[in-house]
Ligand binder design. Structure first.
Ligand code: GLN
Length: 339
């Protein structure tokens, strides 16, 4: 063979490798995500620790054996395992996204000044933390702060505000999200403590619309029926810098993402947020319906659903599962990539 044709052959070979190489490693990465998800699922599926929330009667009745894991990458690839199509109460996970919506009409500084962004170190429905932390709601991810955040969503009246929230959640999830009526009734009949918090905030001028209406809208937003897939899609929107990975619509300003993730990192799992960050190293948010979302910026959104909770109100199986995924997929934000 002539030297020139040998050179051409070599060139073609290298060129093809360049083209195939990344596609091959992408395939390997995705195989790996599913493999790690399966390992976690097998490890924890029989874990019976924890207990369903029972202070909201509806939640006590949900099958404690349900278990689903969904990962949505920033590019929009979806990986699912287990009960990922079961609709459960989004609960406190809604707080993150109502914060994103409120930030469309309030600056990050407004949020810090009107609500606060410090960790409480107290349970999610604590009144003590409001008293101790300057008679403010403390942060958007505890009940007081979430009601204050809902009060900040700009709309002409309560009905318009509710529609705005529902429309926004539909866009984030990429499908129509509906309230589970039975859950909403169950919460509305038993939310006197939250009503009291809303009125307390009013007495400190720390809620910015009608307090009982804000409490009611908050209760409704907690009663959205979402699947692990919906929540992973919403988490992936945060991971993808505010752009919904399927519709490609920008739903959160780029500048708001680090603020929202910071609040999730310090407050996402209430009084055990420190333990979570220490062992997992990702911004996250739990809900008493049994869901937890975690965000690996630039990489993926993770949602795990399993109803039994620990003492702080966080899903036991979801914590273990996300810890496993974070370790094996090397997602911990505080760990520099190895060269
Ligand atoms: N709706 C629930 C409440 O207000 C949400 C709490 C939670 O998920 N931590 O108590």
């Amino acid at each position: 063979m002539k030297l020139r044709s040998l050179n051409r052959l070599l060139f073609l070979l290298c060129f093809n490798l360049l083209l195939i190489g990344p596609a091959f490693s992408q395939k390997k990465a995705s195989d790996n995500i599913l493999k790690i998800m399966k390992e976690a699922y097998e490890l924890y599926k029989a874990d019976k620790s924890g207990k369903n929330a029972d202070y909201i009667p509806y939640l006590a009745k949900v099958d404690p054996n349900l278990y689903g894991i969904t990962v949505v990458t920033a590019e929009g690839k979806v990986y699912e395992l287990g009960d990922t199509n079961f609709e459960f109460g989004i609960e406190s996970i809604s707080k993150v996204f109502v914060l994103c919506l409120a930030m469309q009409s309030h600056t990050p500084e407004d949020i810090m000044q009107k609500i606060g962004v410090n960790a409480t170190g107290f349970p999610f429905n604590s009144v003590t933390s409001i008293e101790l932390q300057g008679k403010k709601a403390v942060n958007p991810l505890v009940n007081a702060g979430a009601m204050a955040t809902t009060s900040l969503v700009k709309a002409e009246n309560g009905a318009a505000k509710w529609k705005k929230i529902n429309d926004y959640f539909n866009k984030l999830a990429g499908r129509e999200i509906k309230v589970i009526d039975e859950l909403y009734q169950s919460e509305a009949e038993t939310n006197q403590h939250n009503q009291a918090i809303a009125i307390l905030l009013q007495s400190y001028n720390a809620i910015y619309d009608n307090p009982l209406e804000s409490c009611d809208i908050y209760t409704k937003q907690c009663s959205f029926g979402t699947t692990a897939k919906d929540l992973a899609m919403m988490a992936a929107t945060l991971a993808n810098n505010g752009i919904q990975p399927i519709s490609k619509e920008r739903l959160i300003e780029t500048d708001h993402i680090p603020k929202v993730l910071a609040v999730m990192a310090t407050n996402g799992l209430y009084e055990t947020s420190g333990e979570w960050l220490y062992s997992i190293g990702l911004p996250a948010k739990s809900g008493v319906g049994g869901g937890i979302i975690a965000v690996a910026p630039g990489k993926m959104g993770i949602a795990v659903f399993a109803p039994p909770l620990d003492e702080a109100g966080n899903s036991v199986k979801a914590i273990k599962t996300i810890r496993y995924l974070s370790d094996k997929l090397q997602l911990n934000l505080f760990k520099a990539a190895e060269h």
